[in-house]
Design a protein around this ligand. Structure first.
Ligand code: UDP
Length: 203
């Protein structure tokens, strides 16, 4: 929670968070799936000349994802990449590489919650980098190792179910351990009072 509160920007990557927000007074208008957002960001960066660095995933998947991005966005300035299986003592050399590359945006796929902790921990040591963006399983999608859910499943908020069926070993355990706690938090901490209607004389 402390790490999330320290983030500069938080968005709802999945539909369940958007649905849960509808129970609260701060309804989110929509989800922003990082896997979709990436392409908007890559187009904008190609246009504006922003430099991307890709950190995370296995060496093989990282290389495949970057090769695919180069194909899709030939005008995009990709200034570096590094796999995500480095130990705490190697973090400094990864930071030096990012600085040396003069990256504007670093995509960070180190798995949850390591990627979130890492970003908050190192951000002050990366002057000149405008944005560290956590991106979880993005490289698996870009490399073609993980299929996207069909459009209709995305539209009705079931992409998480599709991903679970595709990779049950990893995701069933995650959802079984985190969902009950998420439901508890929603039930316990939601402000269940409906927004009060403005009185006529206040209009
Ligand atoms: N990963 C990594 N280093 C680690 C642990 C995970 O680079 O020490 C990578 C992993 O290879 C995969 C990504 O992190 O590419 C998975 O992230 P996460 O599970 O958060 O993805 P999500 O399913 O939430 O999108």
């Amino acid at each position: 929670m402390e790490t999330m509160e320290n983030a500069d920007v938080i968005h709802a990557d999945g539909m369940p968070v958007v649905l849960a927000s509808r129970l609260t007074r701060r309804r989110l208008p929509d989800r922003i799936a990082t896997t979709d957002f990436f392409h908007d960001a890559a187009l904008a960066a190609s246009r504006e000349g922003l430099r991307f660095f890709f950190l995370g995933a296995s060496e093989e998947q990282n290389a495949a994802a970057v090769a695919r991005v180069r194909e899709m966005y030939p005008d995009l300035d990709i200034v570096g990449r590094h796999h995500g299986y480095f130990g705490p003592d190697e973090s400094d050399s990864v930071l030096a590489e990012i600085l040396e590359a003069k990256a504007d945006v670093v995509w960070v796929a180190l798995g949850k919650p390591r990627q979130e902790h890492w970003c908050v921990e190192v951000r002050d040591r990366l002057p000149g980098v405008g944005w560290l963006k956590t991106c979880g399983g993005l490289y698996a999608f870009l490399a073609g190792d993980a299929p996207r859910a069909p459009r209709w499943m995305q539209a009705v908020g079931l992409e998480w179910l599709y991903r679970t069926l595709d990779d049950p070993k990893r995701l069933i355990w995650r959802y079984a351990t985190t969902n009950p706690y998420a439901f508890y938090r929603i039930a316990r901490h939601t402000d269940w009072r409906r927004p009060r209607r403005a009185r006529h004389d206040e209009l």
